[in-house]
Design a protein around this ligand. Structure first.
Ligand code: SF4
Length: 303
């Protein structure tokens, strides 16, 4: 089913006809369905998956050159409550089960025109994947996609990052840092008060050392909050020595929240300070603004 993306038993033509007819009385092939698909002029396609209990989660297909990345959710809503995020606005309804995450993958692959069209998978949608550890690690193993083409994005739970390093399925790791110090990060990511930014960076580096896989520090730039030259200098000091790839992402504004991205010249100035300190830094283009591509926004409009 994962290989051929058959939606129903009738499509499983490698099974004998009597078996295909008998199966629906005993099993259901999928518990969820896709509902709203919105495409942006830049090719980004956002879709909602309606779950068996009527709840909705969001997924996104993001084309970029020869790459097609499928972004999946790990929870319905999110308990982390980051100050800038639509998914965290209403808390979490529940964890997704492993089969529901696998179904998100199947729906995305089908929309993409086949499983082989999806070149990369990122667990970067709604939810904090490491708070749904068992289901997420079971599902990503079932995609049939190489671990080096899968990225798990986390706000950074140090003990679970270290546990993930020992799973024997070394995915890439993206750590949402979004601040250069505890004071700024506590305001943006409440969970930071529990661990502290130094612990998060140390666990991320330990992951890199143990697995050798890509570890990227993600940094959303928010005007007047974390995007000034002093913040860039503090970030450079925090990441000095050791592994330190940085992705800068100008914020996608969320309706109802007061945060805005900084002007382009401030983004470039921030990146220049990091590069001057020898930190490999990429500025990521915001994608799909027209289709509510910031996490959680499409779902809020379509319940
Ligand atoms: S940014 Fe991620 S971790 Fe933070 S509230 Fe949104 S979904 Fe949760």
């Amino acid at each position: 089913m994962v290989d051929r993306l058959a939606e129903g038993f009738e499509g499983m033509t490698d099974l004998p006809l009597p078996l295909r007819r008998a199966l629906p009385a005993r099993l259901r092939p999928l518990s969820s369905r896709t509902e709203v698909v919105r495409r942006s002029p830049d090719g980004t396609a956002k879709f909602l998956v309606r779950l068996e209990d009527d709840l909705l989660v969001e997924c996104v297909l993001i084309p970029e050159g020869a790459r097609l990345t499928l972004c999946l959710s790990s929870q319905v809503g999110c308990p982390v409550g980051c100050a800038f995020c639509a998914s965290g606005l209403e808390g979490v309804a529940r964890n997704l089960a492993a089969h529901e995450i696998l179904e998100e993958f199947l729906h995305g692959a089908r929309l993409a025109g086949g499983r082989d069209r999806v070149t990369h998978v990122v667990m970067m949608g709604m939810g904090e994947p490491l708070l749904n550890y068992d289901a997420v690690t079971a599902a990503i193993r079932a995609f049939g996609v190489s671990a080096r083409r899968i990225t798990l994005s986390t706000v950074g739970l140090p003990d679970r990052i270290r546990r993930l390093a020992g799973e024997g399925f070394p995915v890439n790791l993206a750590v949402s840092l979004h601040a250069p110090d505890d004071e700024t990060r506590d305001r943006l990511i409440p969970l930071n008060r529990k661990f502290g930014i130094g612990e998060v960076v140390a666990a991320a580096r330990a992951y890199f050392e143990e697995t050798g896989r890509d570890v990227t520090f993600e940094y959303l730039l928010i005007e007047g909050v974390n995007a000034g030259p002093a913040h860039a200098g503090r970030l450079a000091r925090l990441l000095s020595g050791g592994h330190r790839n940085v992705n800068l992402i100008p914020l996608n504004p969320v309706e109802g929240l007061p945060f805005r991205p900084p002007p382009a010249r401030d983004v470039e100035a921030f990146a220049a300070i990091l590069r001057r300190e020898g930190i490999p830094t990429h500025v990521r283009r915001p994608r799909g603004r027209e289709i509510d591509a910031a996490c959680g926004q499409l779902r809020r409009r379509h319940r």
